[in-house]
Design a protein around this ligand. Sequence first.
Ligand code: NAG
Ligand code: NAG
Ligand code: NAG
Ligand code: NAG
Ligand code: NAG
Ligand code: NAG
Ligand code: NAG
Ligand code: NAG
Length: 843
Amino acid sequence: MRPLLWIASALAVARAEDGLDGWLRYARLRDCHTGGQLDDFATSIVALNATEGAPLHTAAHELQVGIQGILGLELDVSDSVTDKDTSSIIVATAQAYEDEFGSLPEAVDLIEDGFYLSNKGDDTVIIGSNERGALYGAFEYLSMLAQGNFDEVAYSTNPDAPIRWANQWDNLWDNGTHGPVERGYGGVSIFYDGVGHVREDLSRVPMLGRLLASIRVNGIVINNVNADPTILSERNWDGVEEIANLFRPWGVRIGMSLNFASPQTFGGLDSFDPLDDQVIDWWQGISDEMYERVPDFAGYLVKANSEGQPGPLTYNRTLADGANMFAKTIAPHGGIVMFRAFVYNHLADWTDWHADRANAAVEFFAELDGQFDDNVVVQIKYGPIDFQVREPVSPLFSTLRETAMAIELQVTQEYLGQQCHLVYLPPLWQTILDFDLRVDGQESRTRDVLNGNVFGKKLGGYTAVTNVGMDPTWLGSHLSMSNLYAFGRLAWDPTLDSGAILDDWTRLTFGLGRSVRETIRAMSLESWPAYENYTGNLGIQTLTDILYTHYGPNPASQDNNGWGQWTRADGDSIGMDRTVRNGTGNAGQYQPEVAARYEETETTPDDLMLWFHHVPYTFELHSGKTVIQHFYDAHYAGAETAATFPKRWETLRGRVDDERFEHELYRLTYQAGHSLVWRDAINEFYRNLSGIPDVHDRVRHHPWRIEAEDMTLDGYVPVDVEPAETASQYRAVVTNGTGTAATTLDFPDGTYNLAVNYYDVVGGNATYSVALDGKTVGTWQGDAEFRLGKFPSEFLDGHSAIRVTFEGVPIRRGDELVVTGVADGSEQAPLDYVSVLPLGVVD
Ligand SMILES: *[C@@H]1O[C@H](CO)[C@@H](O)[C@H](O)[C@H]1NC(C)=O
Ligand SMILES: *[C@@H]1O[C@H](CO)[C@@H](O)[C@H](O)[C@H]1NC(C)=O
Ligand SMILES: *[C@@H]1O[C@H](CO)[C@@H](O)[C@H](O)[C@H]1NC(C)=O
Ligand SMILES: *[C@@H]1O[C@H](CO)[C@@H](O)[C@H](O)[C@H]1NC(C)=O
Ligand SMILES: *[C@@H]1O[C@H](CO)[C@@H](O)[C@H](O)[C@H]1NC(C)=O
Ligand SMILES: *[C@@H]1O[C@H](CO)[C@@H](O)[C@H](O)[C@H]1NC(C)=O
Ligand SMILES: *[C@@H]1O[C@H](CO)[C@@H](O)[C@H](O)[C@H]1NC(C)=O
Ligand SMILES: *[C@@H]1O[C@H](CO)[C@@H](O)[C@H](O)[C@H]1NC(C)=O
């Protein structure tokens, strides 16, 4: 026997709970959870045929580190079974296992990346179809142990689809408007230095590889789809190779986004025509060099002729010509091309009732079906528009019968609160994955298109825009990591239950306490419905500002521009007419049974009513409510749900470590306040537009509110806010130096929660204080951009609007309330209003 020497890893040993290890903390189980299991636990790990730097080697090491962390047991690792009597954890590929033992256990039934796990007494066997599968099996076993699960098991599990990729939208340059990671809210890039190069310090890369491997993600595209050709510069080749080397031990292969015009803009050719021999040779040279350096390179990702990106249409070539050009250069090496279906005209004519961006994907791609090479996969966003809070499934999934397809999900919450709002996404994803597309009148769920069953394709699967960054939490918020975790789990098995996935994640991330698990589960499962309630309802889209940061409310930004996210809201009616009969015909892009359902309001579900139909605000939904009253009610209900989040999280004080507890408390408190900004902005916008009052008289009726502009001002001056509905009564006050806003309170004596709504813009940290009869109640700073870790806004608007609350304040009639603001830089200590709220009132 030749014991292998393993370098002790610092990875899992006592680190502050900063989030870096995500769900792979390997926290020590308490005795009550191990319950005698340790007495006859395996005494060694046997890794058959492990080679340094390969996933099987990683698996053995991870088992060693994990078991040491979780159970406190030091296990040796060896590379052969010497004494059949000692108990061990055997980890191997099927081939190596068979070579050693002559045959495989009966239940071994594996396809690529699959694994078999058997755990009986002190014998554990992990067999991968390949080394990657063996690593997945090791992570599965560790996940069981970490959750205190010592059950006897013996099963094989296989991926539902071969493609399970992360997409990172990392930029090489951090000098544009999009920041270091486009739509990234977790800090700067882990790959690039922001001035055009791969970073020197790539220490986060293997850590990400480890997280991805544990959720069985087997590929990652390492640069933005809006691709910068300089990734192909001489210096960056070495960096790209290094990134691939760092991911390889984790079984994660890299892919790269390409800029279609590179041969011209970067290579110095006079063309980028995909049928030009010089262009083809140029790309062949790139692909050959790539495989020379990265022999297991996964493939390319291409965004062409979309949102201003160059593409084959420039030369009157088809999108298939473009995709196939790349595909041919990497087919001999086994690579694939992920070609994005996100092609549309962003300069569409909004005055044309029949124009529709939602039609674009089918219009561009349907006629190309059958023309793509076998190693091209069309990568399709889940809905026809763009990662909105509610969309129907993209009809392209039931249109392309001869083309491999993958879905594009978004872990980074671009239109869903940007990690400043808790929004657990799997329930949204499952509305798409579970949807029955009725291809040829047969049951055909989207997930069965992706795994190839519906159209008999071998390739296909799942991608997600992840956009982790250098923040220790990876995504900007600890709780957002459940979305990344769930993405991998669902890509492996899309039939899993969203709540069950969350339970696993919570145990691994925060420990086995029941109240922690139940609280996080309940909040998370309510979070997407709540977010939909307080943003855009009934399929009207998120209603965020689509022309600026995609974050706060700005319903008017949807319409009257070429981007095609129209709501067609006027004084009487709202919604896109996507019927075949009278509208854009989009409903007709679905298979006949689905098309018939979406054609009529009678059979369209309420939550997509305004996606498919233009109706009066007084239109009666299946629920019995009118459209406008649904808007009002949903917004009040959603904000009320969000208001419970900080209170529920508060019950976990002491049960979650302080570091992560405080981090999330800040965010959930912020969310509760921002959900009111959303509620009031959307309700006011449609109240004004429709002229129809809320039957419950809440909209425009805020009895506990005092407008800043109505107070006695000194140093503060009133300003109009744009969009108007993002300020209470449309106005706020600002100061260049020090301002005070004073008022005499006229509320019955009692205890109140005192809330102040203000704006926190970038460009300074204004300071504020609020006092009652000369006694300071509280002070705060306009520094949310540092604490939320995202660029809010330079303006007073729905992105920068924010609330601070002081709880349990004793107030007497006649008290003098004074808010003092001191401007800093371009932040003019803006104030919107003060709310003096009886306990329990949310307003
Ligand atoms: C053993 O490992 C080597 C190097 O990784 C590999 O080429 C070989 O196929 C492996 N053998 C078995 C039986 O898995
Ligand atoms: C900014 O980024 C672009 C690439 O997007 C690069 O060409 C340019 O040199 C950069 N400018 C500065 C001042 O760093
Ligand atoms: C593409 O076709 C259009 C009309 O069919 C023509 O006007 C244009 O010159 C062509 N462009 C190129 C680059 O061949
Ligand atoms: C039909 O389309 C026209 C625009 O062409 C629109 O004004 C009208 O409201 C639509 N009718 C119905 C019943 O939706
Ligand atoms: C969303 O709004 C609906 C309609 O008002 C309400 O029934 C439901 O409870 C709300 N859900 C959440 C989670 O806020
Ligand atoms: C209210 O609606 C009218 C159109 O009916 C519009 O002209 C006006 O700008 C709106 N006011 C605000 C503050 O949004
Ligand atoms: C702040 O200063 C600017 C430039 O001097 C001036 O235009 C603006 O009116 C001032 N605003 C306030 C609120 O005093
Ligand atoms: C603003 O506050 C943040 C932290 O709250 C701090 O990191 C930053 O340096 C401050 N900026 C200025 C200009 O004071």
